[in-house]
Design a protein around this ligand. Structure first.
Ligand SMILES: Nc1ncnc2c1ncn2[C@@H]1O[C@H](COP(=O)(O)OP(=O)(O)OP(=O)(O)O)[C@@H](O)[C@H]1O
Ligand SMILES: [Mg+2]
Ligand SMILES: [Zn+2]
Length: 508
């Protein structure tokens, strides 16, 4: 008897279809699985045997051959277990031979349990795209699968349950489609209105959010860097439907979707500790999985206490930050994970933390300060369009009863600035000012004659490099977008220059 069943494999973010062929013939007892290169083969065999015995089915006496096609695509992981089991049941004539509309994904546990697997959301998307009508997934993954409509999704927790359903003995109901109303405004737990004073830092952060610029927050301990950084996602534009799915897919592949809330509807904020390994940060492993950088996709990646990170670890972030994707090469192929993030770094200005502070005396030597800063390489510092000094607030600000702007108010201005960028860059694959490539700077960052004049003076006065000049133009473009100016004016230039303090403070 010869049977064919459908399953889906994952590599990186890509789901791909796999057909599973099973044949049971007379001959010396044997159980072979071909077309699945990794060491999971042997283990898969044992799990399938165990699943059979769990429902009282005697394993066939003869020769059992299973083939996973296409053979030239390397497959890894244990998500084919369930489909292998089903195809065997068909080949043994226990299940009907033809189930062309169904896909099966899941790992078998001992005693016929079905265990969760990673990537069920993108797998279900592919199943729908390829015209399947039904997908069977582990019960723990059913919620994330049910986000995809126009396909019947069944969550199963044991082969017993699945067999009863397929044999029409105890029919299961498909999971209801899950899609929260994304247009409803979400209330965030954190809000900028809780931050007192800090007018300059707040306007810097607003400017950064307006143009998607990476920012470095520099300030003494307790000055409020973490507090400010945490709130950045609350002023970025609401996620689009497409962004919600993209980010949720990354979490699905990483196995990190919260089971009861299978969509990431708020921009993520990831703050990995400085001891996180480079694999944890950018992704990796023998079967590659996404790292923190990709878990921050469409949101904020916060590196607190940046000089505490290993320099080599920071260096590994550079390329992915530039390309907005992580590429991981393995013998089995190249996995890609998206990482379109706004990078926010935080650091003290010196080892003691008080260099430049109005309230405390810094006792570090120039050499110590230089050494401290140099823990972050020049090229890494270059990833930041803006540097924001976060000074401790004076008592009057701390005690003030005056309400600061709320996140919703700031977001409205950010949205206004982003709308203009959307129009300007339509069809160019540029989403925000931070992404303007150098060769388009002149075209998109036009200045009034007054601004041109001021920029020239500043450039010479601060002995800027061409690179710094380019950064300032981009940030000034964002200031102009916030102010609704078609051309960058003097005020936009001086606003942008304010947030390059780091250069003159340290790098000279
Ligand atoms: N502007 C502010 N308004 C209200 N509270 C503030 C402000 N700045 C700081 N705080 C309070 O001080 C605490 C410490 O701030 P935060 O942790 O953000 O400082 P930090 O700059 O990150 O310090 P460190 O360098 O030690 O990490 C906050 O939890 C908050 O309660
Ligand atoms: Mg902090
Ligand atoms: Zn110091």
């Amino acid at each position: 008897m010869f049977a064919i069943t459908n399953s889906i494999g994952m590599f990186g973010m890509n789901a791909f279809p796999v057909t599973i062929e099973a044949e049971v013939t007379k001959g010396t007892p044997q159980f072979e699985i071909s077309g699945l290169p990794d060491t999971g083969i042997k283990e898969s065999r044992e799990r399938v045997r165990s699943a059979c015995s769990s429902i009282g089915i005697t394993f066939p006496k003869g020769k059992v051959l299973i083939n996973l096609a296409p053979a030239d695509v390397k497959k890894s992981g244990s998500s084919f277990d369930l489909a292998i089991f089903i195809s065997l049941m068909q080949a043994m004539d226990i299940l009907p031979l033809r189930m062309p509309e169904c896909v099966f994904v899941g790992e078998l546990g001992l005693h016929g349990t079905i265990r969760s697997v990673r990537g069920v959301m993108p797998m279900t998307m592919l199943a729908r795209k390829n015209g399947f009508h039904e997908i069977y997934v582990p019960i723990e993954n059913v919620k994330e699968a049910s986000v995809i409509d126009n396909i019947r999704v069944y969550g199963v927790d044991s082969v017993d349950m699945l067999m009863s359903h397929l044999l029409d003995q105890q029919v299961l109901a498909p999971a209801p489609h899950y899609m929260p109303d994304l247009s409803k405004t979400l209330t965030d737990l954190m809000d900028f209105k809780d931050v007192r004073g800090q007018l300059k830092a707040r306007s810097g952060i607003e400017l950064a959010a307006a143009g998607g610029h990476n920012v470095l927050l520099v300030g003494s301990p307790g000055s409020g860097k973490s507090m400010l950084a945490n709130r950045i996602p609350t002023i970025l534009p609401e996620m689009t439907h497409e962004e919600v799915l993209e980010t949720s897919n990354v979490y699905s592949v990483a196995g990190q979707l919260p089971p009861d809330q299978p969509l990431i509807v708020r921009r993520p904020f990831r703050s990995p500790h400085h001891t996180t390994s480079s694999a944890g940060l950018i992704g990796g492993g023998t079967i590659p999985t996404p790292g923190e950088l990709s878990l921050a996709h469409n949101g904020v990646m916060f590196l607190d206490e940046m000089p505490e990170f290993r320099r080599s670890t920071l260096e590994m972030l550079r390329q992915p930050l530039e390309n907005r994707k992580v590429v991981i090469s393995r013998a089995a192929g190249t996995a890609e994970y998206p990482c379109n993030v706004m990078l926010v770094g935080a650091m003290n200005p010196c080892p003691c933390g008080y260099y430049g502070s109005p309230n405390h005396q810094c006792n570090c030597t120039q050499k110590q300060i230089k050494q401290y800063i140099s823990k972050i390489s020049g090229p890494m510092l270059e990833r930041f369009d803006m540097h924001i000094d976060v000074d401790p607030i004076p008592y009057e600000e701390f005690a003030s009863k005056e309400q600061s702007d709320s996140s919703a108010q700031i977001r409205e201005r950010v949205d206004f600035a982003r709308k203009q960028q959307e129009k300007r860059y339509a069809g160019l694959n540029i989403y925000c000012n931070a992404m303007i490539p150098d060769h388009l700077l002149d075209q998109f960052c036009q200045m009034t004659p007054g601004a041109e004049d001021l920029f020239a003076k500043m450039y010479t006065h601060y002995k800027m490099s061409a690179r710094t000049g380019a950064r300032i133009k981009k940030v000034a473009r964002s200031a102009a977008d916030l102010h609704g100016n078609e051309k960058i004016d003097r005020q936009d230039i001086s606003m942008a220059v304010q947030f390059r303090g780091f250069d003159s403070k340290y790098l000279k």
